[in-house]
Design a protein around this ligand. Structure first.
Ligand code: SF4
Length: 420
């Protein structure tokens, strides 16, 4: 395999290059198919995109994912400022501000020229209610129907009644698209798409599993970047092939003794959304200190049931049932116990030395319980933890020096624990 080695920094390997091509191609295809008459749905990340593959000509776009891409490419600030110039508060989630700034300025300054105008908006409310209000902005401005999936929060395994409630709403979503687009839903196509997603998520977890190696075969920054096609290519053969190759290539690197932080002294866990504007800077600066954020709650939760780590595999039965069962995979709707359960499993599995709780100015729902969670991890496991202030997509709300003062303090705490 090819590899531009840069020990301690990002390694642009074959998977990294292939990823850039996939993302560029996914956005180009989205724009092309929309311009050729495909029915366009804008969705929140939790909305089960595999379902749209059950239709002949329905495409989907994920505004949150597009906003993350903009932030990663350095366009977050300018797009946030456009929304703020129209009266949207800086207290609103930066994903929403970036997206509103893009949508109402015709896609200017977006690396993908924005997203094609939707025929239908589908949000859900188990990650946050802000997202529902954000999609309502477009509903009012463009008079586009907005369907809200009402997904109950979860503090334990999904209840049977909640599962049935979600399944009913999937039925409504399918009927709505059938009526609006004039296309017929084909459950076999959806089944095939779900099968591919389930296999792809298994490979995703295989890729993440190299965080258990010492030194780690990956950084959490790799996983932040590599999660993008889950949101642009869900349920496709392309996604499965990419994650299989990604896991294979990572395995090959580990066998060849190539590691992102070869002189790894500190193995860290990140809790919250990726700091999209800091990926390269933060990973490089940490690597210089011998520190590797090997794991992140943001990426290990993908494809797993409530508070678990292993992927929830499709059994070949009802594809809608698999999608409904996975509606609680993300951390935001989880209570303290579920969050703690998964976190403790990963701390043990990946031999984590310290935890970084990234208190996110934008994502209050993710950040809400972090103070309690931090206390629990410290008291129950005796692991050093710190909290730093970030905003996942608005660089103006992040201070690199303040964050690194605390990160260096974390490494000192780990050292002094080792010396005891
Ligand atoms: S506040 Fe958090 S959950 Fe809500 S849209 Fe923003 S990032 Fe997503």
């Amino acid at each position: 395999m090819s590899s531009e080695k840069s020990p301690g920094k990002f390694q642009k390997n074959t998977s990294g290059k292939r990823l850039s091509g996939i993302i560029a191609n996914d956005y180009l295809t989205l724009h092309r198919r929309a311009s050729e008459g495909a029915f366009v749905v804008w969705i929140a990340i939790i909305v089960p995109a595999e379902l749209f593959n059950g239709f002949e000509n329905v495409v989907y776009a994920v505004p949150e994912s597009h906003a993350a891409l903009c932030a990663g490419k350095g366009a977050g600030r300018i797009l946030c400022e456009k929304a703020e110039g129209s009266g949207y508060s800086t207290d609103l989630c930066s994903y929403a501000r970036i997206d509103i700034g893009t949508a109402f300025d015709g896609g200017k300054d977006s690396p993908t020229f924005g997203l094609p105008r939707p025929n239908l908006l589908v949000s859900n409310n188990n990650n946050c209610s802000l997202l529902v209000k954000w999609f309502d902005v477009y509903h009012r401005a463009w008079n586009v129907p907005h369907l809200v999936l009402d997904i109950p929060f979860c503090y334990e395994d999904q209840k049977e009644s909640d599962f049935r409630y979600i399944m009913e709403q999937f039925g409504t979503l399918i009927r709505t698209i059938e009526e609006m687009s004039g296309q017929k839903f084909d459950i076999e196509k959806a089944r095939e798409s779900v099968k591919l997603s389930s296999e792809a998520l298994k490979e995703w977890k295989r890729f993440l599993s190299f965080a258990a190696h010492r030194p780690s075969g990956i950084t959490a920054f790799d996983s932040f970047v590599q999660m993008a096609p889950i949101l642009t290519s869900r349920g496709s053969r392309q996604l499965l092939d990419h994650y299989r190759m990604l896991a294979d290539e990572t395995e090959e690197q580990v066998k060849s003794g190539i590691f992102p932080v070869p002189d790894e002294k500190y193995r860290l866990l990140w809790d919250n959304i990726a700091p999209w504007h800091q990926l390269r800077k933060m990973s490089g600066r940490l690597a210089d200190l011998g520190a590797n954020i090997t794991s992140a709650s943001y990426t290990y939760c993908i494809g797993a049931l409530e508070g678990r780590y292993d992927p929830y595999m499709f059994d070949g039965g009802d594809p809608l049932a698999w999608l409904a069962r996975l509606q609680n995979f993300s951390v935001c709707p989880h209570g303290l116990n579920l969050r703690g359960k998964a976190m403790k499993e990963v701390i043990a599995k990946n031999a984590i030395d310290g935890v970084i709780f990234a208190s996110n100015r934008s994502c209050k729902v993710y950040s809400l319980m972090q103070m309690d969670q931090m206390r629990h991890i410290r008291e129950e496991l005796g692991i050093p933890c710190i909290m730093i202030d970030v905003d996942h997509a608005d660089v103006r709300k992040y201070s690199e020096e303040t964050a690194f003062t605390r990160l260096e303090a974390l490494l000192e705490m780990i050292e002094s624990r080792r010396a005891q």
